[in-house]
Design a protein around this ligand. Structure first.
Ligand code: GLP
Length: 243
């Protein structure tokens, strides 16, 4: 695992964006996995300003709430369209978000797995870590070989995301998420985490035992992980990592 610790969020954005840009320049038809959340925002901002051509890129989102229309401001479809695809210039027809409402019914999860497979798999997957250690919406207890599926959100995740909704009751109870097995198949994982609230989860992910109780600990089993952290998120790591 390659760990980069940056002093500012701006540097975090540049460091992670540089890895994405290297990938897209080497392969203009890159299949890019994208994450929502606050941590990767500086990365997308840097990418939008970079001189790079994303017209050949296909992107796949990690997850989505169940029950929100795609136009809803808090849907991940909305986030991906407004914060990623449109500013970077990724074509709408190459932008994919797993949605359980878009006419595929019970087969929506298999359909999403199929789309990823047919695109040739994900070259570079951007990821955040939830404060309870979730990757995408794979909550603690998720199987390491899990695939895209609908999952019930923990109260902790709903609480963490309540800041985006009028009240916690408005936060959806379920989400559709790529599984940990799906995520592990991406060829390169780029984990971007900021803020003190994530420091304990980062430490357990990097240094703790590999266990289903800490989904992000599965990162230790992936051969090609780059982690970009700000100092606050890295603050509980042992010094040898933080150099
Ligand atoms: C949500 C998303 C995750 C994301 C996490 C962390 O729960 N489903 O994919 O990694 O938030 O987001 P943030 O970076 O805002 O803390």
């Amino acid at each position: 695992m390659d760990i980069i610790v940056t002093e500012t969020l701006d540097e975090l954005g540049t460091a992670a964006a540089d890895l994405v840009l290297a990938q897209v320049r080497a392969k203009p038809s890159t299949v890019l996995g994208v994450a929502t959340g606050s941590s990767p925002l500086p990365v997308y901002e840097h990418l939008a300003r970079a001189e790079a051509d994303f017209r050949g890129v296909t992107c796949f989102a990690l997850d989505e709430y169940v029950g929100l229309p795609a136009e809803h401001e808090q849907s991940y479809a909305h986030f991906v369209r407004h914060k990623i695809s449109a500013p970077l210039g990724i074509r709408p027809e190459n932008t994919h978000v797993p949605r359980s409402e878009d006419g595929y019914g019970a087969s929506a999860c298999d359909h999403y797995e199929d789309l990823i497979r047919r695109a040739g798999g994900i070259d570079l997957q951007i990821l955040g870590i939830g404060r309870n250690g979730h990757l995408a919406f794979n909550e603690p207890g998720s199987r390491f070989d899990s695939r895209t599926r609908i999952i019930q959100l923990t109260q902790d995740s709903r609480k963490a995301n309540a800041r985006f909704f009028p009240s916690i009751e408005d936060v959806p109870t379920h989400a559709i998420t790529q599984g940990l097995g799906t995520i592990q198949e991406a060829r390169h994982l780029l984990v971007v985490v900021s803020g003190e609230a994530k420091a304990a989860a980062v430490r357990r992910a990097v240094d703790g035992p590999v266990t289903k109780d800490m989904p992000a600990s599965i990162l230790q089993r992936h051969p090609n992980v780059s982690m970009v952290l700000d100092e606050a998120a890295a603050s509980l790591l042992s010094r040898s990592h933080a150099l």
